[in-house]
Design a protein around this ligand. Sequence first.
Ligand code: PEP
Ligand code: MN
Length: 337
Amino acid sequence: MIIVMASRKKEDIDRVVERIQEFGYQAHLIEGVERTVIGAVGDERGKDRLQSLESLPGVESVVRILKPFKLAGRELRKEDSVYHVGSAQIGGGRFCVMAGPCSVESREQIIETACLVKESGAAVLRGGAYKPRTSPYSFQGLEEEGLHLLQEASRAAGMPFVTEVMNPEQVPLVEEHADILQIGARNMQNFGLLKAVGRTRKPIFLKRGMMSTINELLMSAEYIMSEGNHQVILCERGIRTFETETRNTLDLSAVPLLKKYSHLPVVVDPSHATGHWELVIPMARASVAAGADGIMVEVHPRPAEAFSDGAQSLKPEKFKKLMAEIQPILKALGKTL
Ligand code: PEP
Ligand code: MN
């Protein structure tokens, strides 16, 4: 339920919050530019009791949230969510480019890549220390050492970094090192993991499962937010279809749909969506045009030698080209890097 306040007085707001909590619900205060609303979120079964809040001083109305995702939805929060992570901004008119290798392979590789992508205008470094691989015999990542190397590279280049966390036990260590925690496509519905990252205070980069609907992605964001962490970034990274020419099928319509249903920033990953480096630049351009708040792109100084996802990794000069090609589209939309 949404409690729309007519008043912005602290005592009126506190009274409503107290009553919501007495009813056994969580109260989420959202102070927008135009109005203050309080979201009452919890067990659906007792929601009728919340209607009585309408009689409290300072309350304008009590409205039911129709969508199953409450905290992630536009009904509760009209304004776009914007996060500041070090020097980077995600959402709100600035286009955030996250770039780096699929996996951290060595100190030299990650520092070299970080400096090159930063030079071309990337705002966030990406790189996997814990890798979810289809085969247990494939490279699994440098793990804790990878986190230290990412930290070193991110400091050297002067940019924050995002890296994947694969299970709840890894959360404290990854939270300690990373600026943004990534939940990979394969873990989008690992509810224990979603709850664990929901208890951290770092932004969460949530990738859409390869067989998940838009509604399911938003419900996974809701799991994270219901634990208290409201800084979620949604990522469209392609879904599995009958098409075999590409690794996945980029569902670009997810971008305007997610932006319609949710206030959370939306980022597209054209690398995992296509699986081929030649398709990354055109799909990156299309992502900007579709209204995404950013892109996540795999870049490797020598893709042929990459430990993982070399076929979809851009060489640094191609990444530079990508950055140049998205500029006129950003300008037409009134956005900046
Ligand atoms: C990744 O970003 O390295 C990754 C494994 O992506 P996804 O979870 O989308 O497959
Ligand atoms: Mn990858």
